[in-house]
Design a protein around this ligand. Structure first.
Ligand SMILES: NC(=O)C1=CN([C@@H]2O[C@H](COP(=O)(O)OP(=O)(O)OC[C@H]3O[C@@H](n4cnc5c(N)ncnc54)[C@H](OP(=O)(O)O)[C@@H]3O)[C@@H](O)[C@H]2O)C=CC1
Ligand SMILES: CC(=O)[C@@H](O)[C@H](O)COP(=O)(O)O
Ligand SMILES: [Mn+2]
Length: 387
């Protein structure tokens, strides 16, 4: 990469945000940091902003505005707070925006970056699950470039022949199977949040780690892949691969299967997206296949992991079903992390919420926000009923 790129990181204090900062700080001359954002973590945001000389720091929770202002006093860094300030930050003219906020809270700022035609590194899969048609329509209309950061989608992006896409026969999304892949389902009723966040291969934020444990992560990724790549749902297959070395594959009509491999370290897909269309170095452990010595594969078990079936059905059903799936899952995962429900209740809550609403089609962003809020309220009702 020859030119200097200006960058905004939405969710800079999270796992994706910190990995992104790690890469840009290794090559500081190539980057100018426009804005960094967080939800509540004032201390980390202020420290990051000072360290990289950000122009603007935004805290989503307005109750933390004064604390951030004090933490950045004398730095010359602009400070703002609240959900609209996140959108304003995404609208500032940075060449490249990392969509690294967790959950549907990332939708509005991601859409704001898309609408000004930016290059967007997309980690926030929930915004595509919640509002995929609307986001992808805005991408086309506004000339934005989506660079998939999610490791599987980044792998597919690296090996998908967009010029001759009629030659693609299917996508194979790999899944680790999470920490409970080999555990009998009945034994999962009593697992703790501490056990469930322990992913076998990846270090990630709490919400996505729980999603990996229920395999809802792969369900969300199925819907994400459907929106990112020009293939129907029945051409997107899920394959369990416990080592997370092959990050995904594309099969072509001539029988060729192209895969992207690497150590399970998000700095590789983030670096690919940051430098795109060039490449940049990433300080990750090099893949040593002789040492790994074997790669395993198995078909996913929909009985052990009903989230996979539910996500595929929601995608087939269309309309608001994926919006409801995502919203209910966010609320149920938060309740599990708070120890208000058990691990197996997460997917039961999602299933009950999906059943609670008759089929209807979104016609606007407001309609999507309305359904997202109604699904969250319904999930709260289901959770109270379990107590
Ligand atoms: N972690 C990973 O390796 C991968 C993550 N992803 C996806 O990337 C996204 C981020 O994941 P991850 O980095 O693990 O998550 P983390 O929980 O580690 O970080 C989330 C970030 O979003 C901010 N945030 C949380 N809630 C809000 C809110 N309501 N409004 C504004 N900002 C908010 C957090 O701020 P604060 O620190 O103040 O709470 C933090 O900066 C998710 O969509 C995930 O699915 C995809 C592939 C891999
Ligand atoms: C790193 C990443 O992209 C995660 O989404 C990861 O893939 C989670 O692993 P599994 O969902 O396959 O367990
Ligand atoms: Mn992933």
């Amino acid at each position: 990469m020859n030119e200097t790129r200006s960058i905004t990181i939405l969710g800079s204090t999270g796992s994706i945000g910190c990995n992104t900062l790690d890469l840009i700080e290794a090559n500081p001359d190539q980057w100018r940091v426009v804005a960094l954002t967080a939800n509540k973590n004032v201390a980390k945001l202020a420290e990051q902003a000072r360290r990289v000389g950000a122009e603007h720091a935004v805290i989503a929770d307005p109750d933390h505005y004064t604390a951030l202002k004090e933490a950045l006093a004398g730095s010359g860094i602009k400070v703002s707070a609240g959900p609209q300030a996140l959108v304003d930050a995404a609208q500032e003219p940075a060449d490249w925006v990392m969509a690294g906020i967790v959950g549907a809270a990332g939708l509005a700022p991601t859409l704001a970056a898309v609408k000004r035609g930016a290059m967007v590194g997309l980690a926030n899969k929930e915004c595509l699950v919640c509002a995929g048609d609307l986001v992808m329509k805005a991408v086309k209309e506004c000339g934005a470039t989506i660079l998939p950061v999610d490791s599987e989608h980044n792998a597919i992006f690296q090996v998908f022949d967009f010029v001759r896409s009629e030659g693609v026969s299917k996508i194979i999304l790999t899944a680790s199977g999470g920490p409970f892949r080999t555990r009998p389902r009945h034994s999962l009723a009593t697992v703790t949040p501490e056990e469930a966040v322990k992913h076998p291969n990846w270090a990630m934020g709490a919400k996505i780690s729980i999603d990996s444990a229920t395999m809802m992560n792969k369900g969300l990724e199925l819907i994400e892949a459907y929106h990112l790549f020009p293939l129907p749902e029945d051409k997107i297959e899920i394959l369990v691969h416990p080592q997370s070395v092959i990050h995904s594959m594309v099969e072509y009509v001539d029988g060729s299967v192209l895969a992207q491999l690497g150590s399970p370290d998000m700095r590789t897909p983030i670096a690919y997206s940051l430098a795109w269309p060039a490449r940049m170095p990433a300080p990750v452990k090099r893949l040593d296949l002789a040492q790994i010595s074997r790669l395993d594969f198995e078909a996913p078990d929909d009985t052990q992991f009903p989230a996979l079936r539910m996500a595929r059905e929601a995608l087939r059903q269309g309309g608001f079903a994926p919006t409801i799936l995502n919203a209910a899952n966010e609320i149920a995962v938060a309740a599990f992390l708070d120890r208000r429900i058990g691990f197996l209740d997460i997917t039961s809550v999602v299933e009950d919420c999906l059943a609670a609403f008759p089929h209807s089609e979104p016609d606007s962003l407001e309609g999507i926000y309305d359904m997202d809020a109604r699904a969250r309220a319904q999930a709260d009702i289901c959770i109270k009923a379990l107590a």
